[in-house]
Design a protein around this ligand. Sequence first.
Ligand code: HEC
Length: 445
Amino acid sequence: MEMLGLFPVFYVPEFGSAWLMGITGTIHILASHTSVGAALIFAFLARKAYKEDRPEIYDYMKKYGMFLLIFSYVIGSITGPGIWYTATAASPRGISALIHNFVWVWATEWVFFVYEVVGVFALVYFTEKIDRKTHLRLTYTFALASVGTLALIIGIISFMMWPGTQQFYTTGSASDAFFGINTFPHMFLRIGFMIMASGIIGMVISSALKKENPELGAEMTRTMGIISAIGGFLTLFFFMWYIGTLPENAKVLLGKLLPDIIESRLILTAAFMVYFAMAIFKPRWISTPLASVMVLVILVAGLWPGEKLRESLRKPFVAGQYIYSNQIIARDVPGKGIKSEVERVAQYGLLKVHPFIPANLRTITPENKMQAGEVLTKIACSNCHSLEKTGKYRPLAKLLPTKDAESIKSYMKDVIGQGLVPYMPKIALPDEEYDAMAAWLAAQQ
Ligand code: HEC
């Protein structure tokens, strides 16, 4: 039998491989986003320092730049490859799809990134060493390169949500994949967030200036407060636009999750509005410990749920609306010579067409039924659900509407097998495979 090009399942107990990806991603995003946001802030500050002849602003920029070198560039460079490793393990075909569609876009992004890294070193090192006008120009090119890296990556990440154009499936062209209707709202949403996050980090640095130069510290805290408030407003504004450009499956899930999101977001937004107001009107109240705590809050309460939401909304797909999160190809993509695998899996069963099944499990017998059920559930469901009762990631034990094997089987066959839930893949399997999975799932209850 001809095997499908599937990879071994990378299974993370309790948390799920998606959480591992999410944790690495969230840390990386805080680092990378603040590097772009700070580049924009630097352009603004450098212009101010130059026009108003304010050398002390360079001191602040230099301190911020040093902080950025450690915070964004070291952490960002460590977690960047970390994302490659976790993504390759958690979703080998997802990452493969991105590479096959965007290899040159990624190469171009890397060139911008190199300029960005050299730029930030030059910017910090040459402060007050070269004439100010040249320094200002350098700052502008640094900002342009930073926004360039963002613009290129966003096209790739937006494609994960969906290509946004139907032509892509027939042409397979990189530009049809890149310029979806979702790309620009996503980009502006991120720029808003980047500006806000960099302002929040900027307050850590300005509050530390208190002893040395309290006047400058207060002024910079106020400036960062205004910048953050503008960034926060842009984030909310573009989020609304972004939601309007999501595919149908995402809207269904969003409807389901919205009440929780609104509640937690309202509290967070209110907390940050108070914080920004304090920075603007009472800058001296912002201490370094408070400013540092707020960086943590934006990471844990802002970015982490945001990234989790984006991951959820993509369901049942991991990329391009043609690869399910469980790695099965969901539809034909003639432009790339890709064929749907759903029908072959339904006809022969996963145990027969998955290349990494132990030989003794290829055929289900009364002796190996439980073991086969476990392996099948790992392949079919574990990319989106924890299998342990105590699991953190949409645990199946909690979600299954019934507890006995017979009704679990009919739920899988009549609901999931027919593709009736828009946020779950259509997982059609031969009867004996449903049997084995249902038996194993019932035994876990
Ligand atoms: C592509 C990701 C994905 C895969 C693969 C997947 N599910 Fe789901 N499933 C979801 C999402 C998303 C939800 C919604 C969870 C929520 O409400 O928070 C869900 C919900 C459920 C529910 C709750 C009922 C409902 O309609 O909301 C059950 C039961 C369930 N899944 C069973 C399974 C089983 C069994 C498998 C494997 C055969 C499976 N799922 C595979 C994404 C997936």
